[in-house]
Design a binder for this molecule. Structure first.
Ligand SMILES: Cc1cc2nc3c(=O)[nH]c(=O)nc-3n(C[C@H](O)[C@H](O)[C@H](O)COP(=O)(O)OP(=O)(O)OC[C@H]3O[C@@H](n4cnc5c(N)ncnc54)[C@H](O)[C@@H]3O)c2cc1C
Ligand SMILES: NC(=O)c1ccc[n+]([C@@H]2O[C@H](COP(=O)([O-])OP(=O)(O)OC[C@H]3O[C@@H](n4cnc5c(N)ncnc54)[C@H](OP(=O)(O)O)[C@@H]3O)[C@@H](O)[C@H]2O)c1
Length: 492
C-alpha cells in the first residue's frame, strides 16, 4: 500500500472543493490500494465556498448549486474544514477576527500542500487613486454579499451617476444590481441592510467604460442580454459605426451575438425609463478631478483618453484626444490578482508560480508535494466550469504522486508532464494523520475556528430566516454566527 497522505489545502473556494472531491472519490475509503488519506481545508473566511458565497451575484442563485457537491465532499470522514483561519503571512487587517496560522505549522503537520487561495486583491488603475469618489468593484461586491471584511455601505442616496471602468462580467453584475428594483432583488440572497440602502438609491445612470471596442469586450452574451432586458432601465443607443465590424474580419459566435444585441438595443425604449445605462468604447481613464467642495451630489470630472485598437497587438493605444465625463462615483472593475504576500507569489505573473499544478521555484523545477490550483495558479480568469476542469487536472497530478500504481491514475488522471522535482522536502514525510496544528486545536476549543458542521448549522438557520422573510436566505455576520454556533453546541 502507498504511504499515508495528509493534504492541507489553503483556501476553501470552488477550486479547493473540486480538487478535494476528485481525490476523495478516486481514492475510495475501502479500496485496499488507496493510501490512508486525510484532507484538511483552511479558509480565512468563517464560511466555506469562496467566491460562490462572497462573489456570485445574488440574482444568479442557480450558479450556487455547486455547493451541493461541496456538501457531499464534506461528509467524507477523511475530510475536515477549518474556517476563520488565515494561513501564512497575508495581512490580517482585512479580516480582523481571523486566527493566524503560520505556514511553518502547515509544513510541520502535513505531507502534501495545495494552494487554492484565489486572486483576492482588486487590480487598481494607475491613473486614479482610491478615494470617496473612486472605489474598487470588490468593495461593492463585498458589501452586497456581507463579506467578513465589512466594507462601508456606498452612499447611493447621495449620488445620481456612477461610472464603472472595465467591461467584464463583474462590471455588469454591479450595474445590474444597481439598476434592478429592490422589490425584485428581495427574493434572493440579498441582506436586509443592503436592500435598505438600495431602496434609498438615487442612482439614475450607470456608464460602463472600456478601453477597447465591442468585439473585445470581456463580458459574455448571457450577461449582456440580461442588461438589455432589464425591466426598469434602458440603454443609450450606441453610435452605429462602432457596431460595424471591420471588413474581412471573421467574427466568433460570441462577437456576432454581442454586435446583434447592441444593434438591437434595450427592450425599453431609450429615455422611457427613470434609470438608464450606457457603454462607452475606446475610452481609458486619464485622471479624476475631485470637486472643490465635498457637498453631496457634487460631481467629480473623469478625464477619458480616447483610444484606438492597434491592429497588430490588439491593445488600446491613445489617439491624443480626451473628453470629460462628470460623475458622482467611479468604480474600477479591472480584474483581480493574488495577494503579493502569499508565499510563491510571482510579481510578473501576479499569481503563484506553478506549472501543470505544481508549485515551481524560479529556476522552473517543481517543489516536492506542493501544488496550486484555480485562480491562485492561473490568475483571475474563467468561470466555475473552467475552475472545475483545472481542479480535476491538478487532482490528477496529485494522484500520480501519491498513488502512482492506482487504477484511478491510469483511468482518470492526465499524464503528468515530465518535470524535474526538487529532492528537498519542506513538508513532513510522516505526519500524525489525525493530529491538528496546536493553534487549530486551541482555536476549536475557544470557538474561534469553524468546522463544516458549524457551517451547516448556520446555513440551515440562514435559509430558515430567509424563508420567514420570503427570500432565499438571510445572511449572518461573524459575531452572530459565532454566538449561534456556541448556543447550538450547548443545546446539543
Ligand atoms: C464578483 C465575481 C462574481 C463571479 N460570478 C461568477 C458566476 O456568476 N458564474 C461563474 O461561473 N463564475 C463566477 N465567477 C468566477 C468564479 O467565482 C471563480 O472561477 C472561482 O471562484 C475561482 O475559484 P478559486 O477557488 O480559485 O478562488 P476563490 O473562490 O476566490 O477561493 C479562494 C479562497 O481562498 C481563501 N484564502 C485566500 N488566502 C487565504 C489564506 N492566506 N489563508 C486561508 N484562506 C485563504 C479565500 O478566503 C477564498 O475563500 C465570479 C467571480 C467574481 C470575482
Ligand atoms: N456571470 C459570470 O459568469 C461571471 C460573473 C463575474 C465574473 N465572472 C468571471 O470572473 C473573471 C473576472 O471577471 P472581471 O470582470 O473581474 O474581469 P475581466 O473579465 O478580466 O474584465 C476586466 C475588464 O477590465 C479592463 N481593464 C483591465 N485593466 C485595465 C486598464 N488598466 N485600463 C482600462 N481597462 C482595463 C479589461 O479590458 P481589456 O480587455 O482591454 O484588458 C476588461 O474590460 C472573468 O473570467 C469573468 O468572466 C463571471
Amino acid at each position: 500500500m502507498p504511504p499515508p497522505v495528509k493534504l492541507a489545502i489553503i483556501g476553501g473556494g470552488p477550486s479547493a472543493f473540486y480538487v478535494a472531491s476528485r481525490l476523495l472519490s478516486l481514492l475510495p475509503l475501502k479500496d485496499p490500494m488507496s493510501p490512508p488519506l486525510r484532507v484538511h481545508m483552511y479558509d480565512r473566511l468563517w464560511a466555506p465556498h469562496g467566491l460562490v458565497r462572497y462573489g456570485v451575484a445574488p440574482d444568479h442563485p442557480e450558479v450556487k448549486n455547486c455547493t451541493n457537491k461541496f456538501d457531499a465532499t464534506a461528509t467524507d470522514p477523511r475530510f475536515r474544514f477549518f474556517g476563520n483561519v488565515n494561513v501564512g503571512s497575508t495581512p490580517l487587517h482585512s479580516i480582523p477576527h481571523a486566527l493566524h496560522l503560520p505556514l511553518t505549522s502547515i509544513l510541520n503537520n502535513y505531507s502534501h500542500l495545495l494552494f487554492a487561495t484565489g486572486c483576492t486583491m482588486p487590480t487598481l488603475h494607475p491613473a486614479i487613486s482610491p478615494s470617496v469618489y473612486c472605489i474598487p468593484a470588490l468593495s461593492l461586491v463585498h458589501w452586497y454579499t456581507q463579506h467578513p471584511s465589512q466594507p462601508p455601505p456606498p452612499a447611493l442616496d447621495e449620488i445620481t451617476h456612477l461610472t464603472l471602468i472595465g467591461q467584464g462580467n463583474v462590471s455588469l453584475d454591479i450595474a445590474r444590481i444597481l439598476l434592478t428594483s429592490p422589490s425584485v432583488l428581495r427574493q434572493y440572497d440579498v441582506p436586509e441592510h443592503v436592500l435598505e440602502v438600495l431602496s434609498r438609491s438615487t442612482v439614475k445612470h450607470v456608464s460602463i467604460v472600456g478601453r477597447r471596442g465591442p468585439l473585445e469586450a470581456a463580458f459574455t452574451t448571457k450577461e449582456l442580454r440580461e442588461m438589455i432586458n432589464l425591466p426598469e432601465a434602458s440603454m443609450v443607443p450606441i453610435e452605429p459605426t462602432l457596431l460595424t465590424p471591420p471588413s474581412g474580419v471573421a467574427l466568433t459566435r460570441q462577437q456576432r451575438r454581442t454586435l446583434e444585441l447592441l444593434q438591437k438595443g434595450s427592450k425599453n425604449r431609450p429615455g422611457s425609463t427613470p434609470k438608464s445605462w450606457s457603454l462607452h468604447f475606446y475610452r481609458s481613464p486619464a485622471s479624476l478631478t475631485l470637486p472643490s467642495s465635498a457637498s453631496a451630489l457634487d460631481m467629480a470630472n473623469l478625464t477619458l483618453a480616447h483610444t484606438r485598437l492597434d491592429p497588430a497587438t490588439h491593445r488600446a493605444v491613445p489617439t491624443g484626444e480626451t473628453s470629460t465625463l462628470p460623475t458622482s462615483l467611479v468604480v474600477t472593475s479591472l480584474g483581480f490578482h493574488a495577494d503579493p504576500e502569499t508565499t510563491f507569489f510571482d510579481p510578473a505573473l501576479r499569481h503563484l508560480r506553478s506549472s501543470a499544478g505544481r508549485i515551481t521555484s524560479p529556476d522552473g523545477s517543481a517543489l516536492k508535494n506542493m501544488y496550486a490550483s484555480g485562480w491562485a495558479a492561473n490568475g483571475a480568469k474563467g468561470v466555475l466550469a473552467s475552475t472545475m476542469i483545472d481542479a480535476y487536472a491538478v487532482a490528477g497530478t496529485i494522484l500520480s504522486d501519491i498513488a502512482p500504481s492506482s487504477e484511478a491514475v491510469t483511468t482518470a488522471a492526465p499524464p503528468s508532464p515530465e518535470m524535474e522535482i526538487a529532492p528537498d522536502e519542506l513538508l513532513n514525510r510522516r505526519p500524525d494523520l489525525d493530529a491538528l496544528p496546536a493553534e487549530i486545536a486551541h482555536g476549536i476549543k475557544d470557538g474561534m475556528v469553524t468546522q463544516y458542521d458549524d457551517w451547516k448549522v448556520i446555513d440551515a438557520e440562514e435559509v430558515r430566516r430567509g424563508g420567514a422573510l420570503g427570500k432565499e436566505r438571510e445572511r449572518m455576520g461573524w459575531d452572530e454566527a459565532l454566538s449561534f454556533i456556541a448556543r447550538a453546541a450547548v443545546i446539543n
